[in-house]
Design a protein around this ligand. Structure first.
Ligand SMILES: *Cc1c(COP(=O)(O)O)cnc(C)c1O
Length: 824
């Protein structure tokens, strides 16, 4: 659906500057995601740390002509001759207003879903259940925020017969805007949960805020067994029809009479409109059961009969909510997205691939399965796909499925191949010749893409470190929220990103515009550059032998001694380099490395003035104990020394020298010492160094059960007969040992891991590659997943048992452990 710019100006009540005609098909809030410049309307939105207005010039150069702004850029006529600026007082509100007006154009059922958990699963399952009979437009992934919701609603078009949108809130007062945009005819509350409670006075308050979504909806879907929800529902008169469900009371719209679980499925018997029916769900976990009930009742309400519902329920697929990045074979990187295949989620995945910097030489390849149920004619759909993949820089296209095979003429690309099925592809030369490519795998599950990924990953070791990139970004923002908006940030990714893998972490941080990355040695910096990282990089421990490498790769060394300084000057002069940025380290009390702030500073200034090969870019020092109050007076002393010396250094130069001393603990504990820049380390990886509490967990170390056996009382387990068995036990062997970084001191029941959520202690000595755990009384089978530390077992539990710091546990994980990066 195309809107003229004229019409949009009217809809959002903007004052228009510029007279060019334009048809708008796309709205954009993040300049990095630009795809179709001519048809794009950019909303310049201000946030605390960023301002969309700063990207207008760049976007104009890239072909964007239409902007919604709060201030029209200075010389708009001269600098932007054929642009249109729509001036409004609040660009975020204008985006929401536009989405509202777009929504008004549809007289179709619209489902709005809120709740603490399960929103995405309910949305995706409704899509799976209803798309056989109607064209469904839904929020891509979990676009459920104040900006995500308007962008989602904007995706409805002339084919849409049903809209399904998520609404997520984190604080009071946010739901009204989302309600006005979605205007749900069917409003759903999945559950209340405990998430985000900190921003609400009480559970009732949180419930009231969520139920704002119910205002003016025709139909209200909620769990009548939740006493908080029923209490809040009773406070207010909702006009809508109540479609409540319960497992306890039959006086509701949808009574769940029984749920019977087998090994692999749950049979759910319910009474709806006086009639008893059953459906079978191919899942047994509680969250899936609850979410399926919500879906069942909405489907029945929308006219799906009991039989059809049962058939479709049995075909439900698990919802993959994450994009995964894995190392593939023969120099390939795999980006795996098994999220339902549709054009909107394809675009998001391509955007993700595009935004991850990479070697120039590596080709970008897309392996795509048929896209089902788009509501569009296949030829039209695949022409759109072709357009999109070309704009998004894909150089090689591999299509899998009968529909793509028959529509291959629609895909305009030199390097393209088509196969009826995954197995045809696997046995082809196209498959065996894949090398040094960044490959996006985007396939509907029923095409067997899981098998394809398995064949393509490099390491098959069952022990995996899962790295949650969303959590990393949340931690970044958490620390940024404690900093003044102008304070710069260095992110420490030394020791391979505290064990999480420096390259992928750096890609994410660069995408979020951090000012500096810091690694320990030059080689780590080179690896980042070879993987396309262009951010400024600091080298904390530069080796005398690596100067040339640093110059070649634009890596900025720390300088901590006169010996190092002289050697660097000499090396730079030899290369004819001038003004090479360096970072001066002062020793204010750590007594590790650094110039003496009292005795060295005059000589340092003199030497720096006497040459022009190097230029001090920053000056810094490091606290010895920002993590504990006991050292507060020593920290004060360190700060005073730093303050004095760094002020003197700055005064000796006319250019700005950035001053920094706070690390993660300091950002929080000494906010008034943040100066020009802070250095964030452990906090980024989700651990509060002062309390050992988890902020947002980033790393989860997982493995699987290899073998189970019964061991009778009196026997022993493992080397040296240390694991004495004092009751008849079930012992599981897991493929992780001290060579993987599982510290041997955790053995002999000092620590435990989690098997299906239950604590399983390590029995006997931990071996090199294998450990044994006690799973007596825990329901589990061979192949089940085991959490060593992570989302449910904080890494700090292990570091405390080991009487060490979490840094050591994280950085001790061996390189042979697979790393998988994911993002929602
Ligand atoms: C590692 C390091 C940091 C980060 O410390 P955290 O405690 O992880 O925040 C800061 N500065 C220097 C010099 C470091 O070496």
């Amino acid at each position: 659906m195309i809107y003229t710019i004229e019409r949009i100006a009217t809809l959002i009540g903007a004052h228009r500057f510029g007279k060019s005609n334009a048809g708008i098909g796309f709205v954009l809030t993040d300049s990095r995601s630009l795809c179709f410049p001519e048809e794009t309307l950019f909303f310049a939105i201000k946030s605390e740390r960023n301002d969309g207005h700063n990207y207008i010039l760049e976007l104009y150069r890239r072909g964007v002509r239409n902007f919604v702004v709060e201030t029209v850029p200075g010389n708009s006529l001269a600098d932007y001759p054929d642009a249109n600026f729509l001036k409004v007082s609040d660009t975020r509100k204008a985006l929401q207003r536009l989405a509202e007006r777009h929504r008004d154009a549809f007289d179709i059922p619209i489902i709005g879903i809120t709740g603490s958990n399960g929103k995405t699963m309910v949305k995706e399952w409704l899509y799976q259940l209803l798309s056989p009979q109607m064209t469904v437009t839904r929020s891509p992934r979990s676009y459920n925020s104040q900006i995500g919701v308007p962008l989602s609603v904007w995706l409805m078009n002339e084919h849409t017969q049903l809209g399904v949108f998520e609404a997520g809130i984190s604080k009071q007062g946010e739901m009204q805007a989302l309600r006005d945009i979605i205007q749900p005819t069917i409003a759903v509350l999945t559950n209340l949960g405990a998430a985000h409670r900190e921003n609400f006075k009480s559970q009732e308050d949180k419930c009231r805020e969520k139920l704002t979504l119910f205002n003016d909806a025709k139909v209200l879907v909620f769990n009548a067994d939740d006493s908080v929800v029923t209490k809040v529902m009773a406070e207010k008169t909702y006009k809508g029809e109540r479609l409540d469900w319960s497992r306890n009371s039959s006086s509701v719209a949808f009574y769940v009479k029984t749920t019977e679980k087998s090994e692999t499925a749950t049979n759910i018997t319910y009474i709806y409109k006086g009639e008893e029916s059953t459906y079978s769900l191919p899942f047994i976990d509680e969250a899936s059961v609850v979410n399926s009930i919500i879906c069942a009742l909405i489907c029945r309400y929308l006219g799906v009969d009991a039989n059809t519902l049962n058939q479709r329920m049995q075909r439900l697929e698990p919802v993959a909510m994450r994009l995964e990045v894995k190392e593939g074979q023969r120099g390939c990187t795999l980006i795996n997205d098994s999220y339902n295949s549709d054009i909107n989620s394809l675009d998001i995945a391509l955007d993700f691939m595009n935004r991850r910097p990479d070697h120039k030489e590596r080709r970008r390849t897309l392996i795509l399965s048929d896209i089902q149920q788009s509501g569009e004619k296949p030829a039209q759909l695949y022409r759109e796909v072709s357009d999109l993949v070309n704009k998004r820089g894909v150089e090689k296209f591999i299509g899998i499925g009968p529909q793509l095979c028959s529509q291959q003429a629609c895909i305009e690309m030199n390097d393209k191949n088509f196969f009826p099925s995954v197995s045809d592809f696997i046995h082809s030369e196209t498959f065996t010749s894949l090398h040094d490519e960044v490959i996006l795998l985007k396939g509907a599950r029923n095409f067997g893409f899981d098998h394809l990924t398995e064949l393509m990953v490099q390491k098959v070791h069952e022990t995996t470190l899962e790295v949650n990139l969303n959590a990393l970004v949340d931690n970044l923002n958490y620390y940024r929220s404690m900093m003044k908006p102008n304070t710069k940030l260095v992110c420490m990714i030394k020791a391979d990103g505290y064990g999480a893998g420096a390259v992928e972490i750096a890609k994410t941080l660069q995408d979020h515009r951090v000012d500096y990355l810091a690694v320990a040695v030059a080689d780590e910096g080179v690896t980042l550059r070879k993987n396309g990282i262009t951010s400024s990089i600091m080298i904390m421990n530069p080796e005398m032998t690596a100067f040339k490498t640093m110059f070649d790769y634009d890596l900025e060394p720390e300088v901590y001694s006169f010996r190092l300084l002289e050697a660097l000057i000499k090396a730079a002069e030899k290369e004819g380099i001038t003004d090479y940025p360096v970072h001066i380290k002062l020793d204010t009390g750590m007594h590790r490395l650094g110039f003496d702030p009292e005795t060295d500073i005059d000589q340092l200034i003199k030497r720096l003035h006497n040459q022009n090969a190097l230029i001090p870019r920053s000056v810094f020092s490091h606290f010895v104990g920002a993590d504990a109050d006991t050292f507060d007076s020593f920290s004060r002393l360190q700060f005073d020394r730093f303050e004095q010396a760094s002020t003197k250094l700055q005064a000796a130069f006319s250019h700005k020298i950035l001053r920094h001393i706070d690390n993660s603990a300091g950002i929080e504990h000494f906010p008034d010492r943040q100066l020009d820049m802070c250095r964030l380390g452990l906090g980024l990886y989700g651990i509060n160094p002062r309390t050992n509490a988890i902020i947002n967990n980033v790393c989860t170390l997982k493995t699987t059960i290899l073998q189970l056996r019964n061991v009778p009382t009196g026997d022993t387990v493992g080397y040296s007969r240390r694991g004495e068995i004092t009751r008849d036990s079930v012992i599981a062997a897991i493929p992780i040992g001290y060579a993987d970084g599982l510290n041997r001191h955790l053995g002999n029941r000092r620590a435990y891991c989690l098997v299906n959520g239950q604590k399983a202690p390590y029995v006997g000595n931990i071996c090199m590659d294998v450990a044994m755990i006690d799973v007596t009384g825990i329901a589990c089978k061979e192949g089940d997943s085991v959490e060593i530390f992570g989302d449910h077992l904080p890494v700090t539990t292990l570091s405390e048992i080991l009487e060490t710091i979490p840094y050591e546990v994280l950085t001790g994980i061996s390189n042979r452990v697979n790393k998988v990066y994911f993002q929602d």
